[in-house]
Design a binder for this molecule. Sequence first.
Ligand code: GLA
Length: 723
Amino acid sequence: MAEILREGNLYHLRNEQVSYVMREMPGGVLAHLYFGARLERLNAENLLRRANVPADEGFSVQECTLDRLPQEYPSFGLGDMRDGALTVEGPDGSWAVDLRVEKAETLEAKPALEGLPATRGEGSAALRLTLKDAHTGLTVLLDYAIYDDCPAVTRSARLVNGGEAPLNVTRAYSLCLDMPDDGWELITLPGAWARERSLSRRPLAAGHQGVSSRRGASSAQASPFMALVRPETTQALGEAIGATLVYSGNFIANAEVSQFGATRLLMGIDERDFAWQLLPGASFQAPEAVVVYSAEGIGGMSRGFHSLWENHLLPGRWMNRPRPVLLNSWEAAYFDFDADKLVSIAKAAADAGVELFVMDDGWFGHRDDDYTSLGDWSVDRRKLPEGLEGLGERVRALGLQFGIWMEPEMISPDSDLYRAHPDWCLHIPGREGINSRHQLVLDMGRPEIQGFVVQAVSDTLKASGATYLKWDMNRNFTNIGSAALPADRQKETAHRYMLGLYAVMERLVTAFPDVLFEGCASGGGRFDAGMLYYVPQIWCSDNTDALCRVEIQCGTTMLFPPSTMGCHVSAVPNHQTARVTPLETRFATALGGSFGYELDPRKLTDGERETLISQVAFANRTQNVRLYGRLYWLQTPFEDNDAAWMSVAGDRSEAIFTLVRAMARPNAMPPLVRLAGLDAKRRYRVMETGEVFGGDELMQAGLCCPLPYGDAASVVYTLKAED
Ligand code: GLA
């Protein structure tokens, strides 16, 4: 049961798995006392002693005790010498803030965040702490929530100017988590285009370490995520604390080890490209932050995040629901197609049992390459003479659903839209625009542009009858400036962009509840909890090479469940790496998420086409377990030549096990892998071999997995409980 315990000046959020404890110090400073495994009872004196701070008499803000005090929402300049969560410039030009608790309220459930995605309120226990800075009149509402079923706490901060003068917010982070020691290693998920969410794990050092994105998107280069794990923590064992944001724009995450060896995690919008003017009476909502605790290793932390997203964030109507097996035209045709070619690809896909055909980029304006036409969302009749209507009908006549690609946030300089509205893009007057992939970014903060995008997407969906939309976003921000904002508010542009994008997504997913939206940003360049509030899945990477994909999917699932990753079998030689891998291994890897194809099935051999029929049937048969089961990484590709993972059904009656060997090893024993997550008392049949093993045997002695010869060999097993 999630509960909020209040004893005097202690606030304790707790469920069966975790406890989060705060304390109002004498004078009203809000201290953070504990986040970790559930505590039955606690002694504040003891928890504060860890920071060498007296609990009551003797605590004095004047004596710079703040520099040691673990805090919930600290600021810089009035005693705490560490980095803070909040900086606000007052009318006198100073920027220090001194927040003191004014009010504490237990709420029915956590309220929604105005204008921003967040975990939903149903089923939560929530606490609101109202803090005030007497000097400026600034009020900060800190909302905390905890659910029954996740080892997680969510929190957010809302700033309200209750003073008489305008305030300038120059930093308003979402999270401060003060830990009493530095005996941790730091995990982040750095990457690049085609190499998203790789693994970085390093010991904490004194001072600052962190990651950020100033690209206008959460980015392929850095995920808004940090985990602290003990040096001995593995996938299966040990402590892990993960933190992330429900936000898709610029962010910064920083871990600071203080002079006393305490660790402070800060996370929020990167203030280097941000400021917000707060007029008297106005408010600013910072994005939601989430922290997860696990004593069951990195895997336990990941499953904690997965259950939080699955139960409380992802669009509910898509959860536990089959996702159509799709074939996307991009790598099959790129820009070179007409209606007949697409229909003949779709026909071959339908013959294999594929359920959804997606027409990717190249169908609008005169887009024969990526130099042109973004913004001109009218069909190119040279390629599709019967329009979207005609093509949609022909595809549906094959028994397939029809899906379509758009990149609604963008504008090509060579477009009618740009010629009509040259000021609609992000730009700095008087400076030359910087193109990337020959395109500019629409200023999504402006209501008229939001209206245009909603109209364009709605018209496209209606005309085509599409039941799927791939929402792409293929460049990062430069020339950050908005024609709609005065000079002193230009630093609001990037966050206003996100608010505008979220408003557009909200309108569209509400208007088209049955359309499956898939996010994309040059692959997985905006793969975050903010987007996943609107879209149930995101194209995980433009890199479809099976071996690369094992790494990318391993990194991605540290934070997000398999159902959120678009994963496709593509052709060989692979278009990104030129590597040739067996069809079986490309299939085994793509089974790791929402399954589909990214190839021209007409170019396969007869034998391969036959194989596709059984692949699609297998993907469908197993998708409930694969997408919505509990995920265990048994061996990760970052540490091992043999990567192995399994998804286990909630009732442990079924599991799908996959092993992918990167490099062949001559004269070696077959891999032996200890499974996880099964019921030790039950017997399981490996359906592919017919053998039966005890659950305990599979988890303790392991499963021996003979592999075919060659590099990139793989095996997939279906395990079913016998009793
Ligand atoms: C991006 C996407 C690809 C494809 C192309 C089309 O790169 O990630 O999957 O849709 O755009 O231009």
